[in-house]
Design a protein around this ligand. Structure first.
Ligand code: ZN
Length: 260
């Protein structure tokens, strides 16, 4: 929503609710690979979110054709709705590492009325636990491997969530290059962001929006990255993430347009 709607929204939500809660923050953690690799073989990680929606078969086929590994953050919702996508991922366990994007794609900010990009957060900690553990159970059933990385819907978290998620057996997976902004960017913009990738970067893009320009942009940019000698690895292969910064964002609704 436009920023100038926020004061009105805050009034509508009720001053009592605001006054009853302490000031709350939420952040979008950024991460790079802990090890960018040797100079002669630098490594980067491509991470693809499968939020809800559909399956970008063209994007996955490109990665298979070019033998590019990727970490795919899947929701249980996406798994349930996209059996062809699931089959395509499971057909290439040497390339695709499935990690946890939540059960129902609800942002990891807790409390009544909290929203990120217009998407309502969790009412309480019990719901966050269900969000994390429901998807973990589904991924483990599919792959035989329990996920160890979690990326919440919208990749924004509050303080409670950042403490709770590690206790649920997951490390929060940030990123350093937002390649497609929820598959909303035009092709040229995605290509430009991909061409700026440096050793150690963790790229985020989306596997659930085939109508976007992500696959077309990746088809143009990935060969150039490979020609530069960059080596793609999954987060599991990479040997861990290192935080780079945590820009503090507004504690509640920041707008309705953005990644899904
Ligand atoms: Zn998502």
């Amino acid at each position: 929503m436009p920023r100038n709607c926020l004061p009105a929204l805050a009034l509508l939500l009720g001053a009592a609710a605001v006054a009853a809660e302490p000031a709350r923050w939420a952040v979008e953690p950024h991460s790079r690979l802990a090890d960018p690799g040797p100079a002669q073989a630098p490594q980067v990680a491509l991470t693809l979110d499968a939020c809800g929606g559909a399956f970008d078969a063209e994007l996955l086929a490109l990665l298979v054709k070019r033998r590019i590994p990727a970490t795919v953050f899947v929701t249980k919702k996406w798994l349930d709705r996209n059996p062809a996508g699931v089959a395509a991922l499971l057909a290439h366990p040497e390339l695709f590492d499935l990690q946890n994007h939540g059960t129902a794609h609800v942002p990891a900010v807790l409390g009544a009325g909290r929203r990120v990009y217009g998407i309502a957060g969790q009412p309480d900690l019990a719901h966050l636990e269900t969000e994390v553990l429901g998807a973990a159970k589904a991924i483990t059933a599919l792959t035989g491997q329990a996920p160890v990385y979690f990326r919440g819907a919208t990749a924004v978290y509050d303080e409670t969530a950042l403490k709770a998620i590690p206790a649920l057996g997951h490390q929060v997976a940030g990123f350093s290059v937002n390649a497609d902004a929820g598959a909303t960017l035009p092709k040229a913009a995605i290509v430009a962001r991909l061409r700026a990738v440096q050793p150690g970067d963790v790229v985020i893009a989306h596997l659930n929006k085939p109508a976007g320009s992500t696959a077309e942009a990746f088809a143009e940019a990935l060969p150039a990255l490979q020609a530069r000698g960059l080596r793609f690895v999954t987060l599991t292969q990479a040997g861990g993430l290192a935080p780079v910064n945590s820009p503090v964002k507004a504690p509640s609704a920041a707008g309705s347009r953005g990644r899904s």
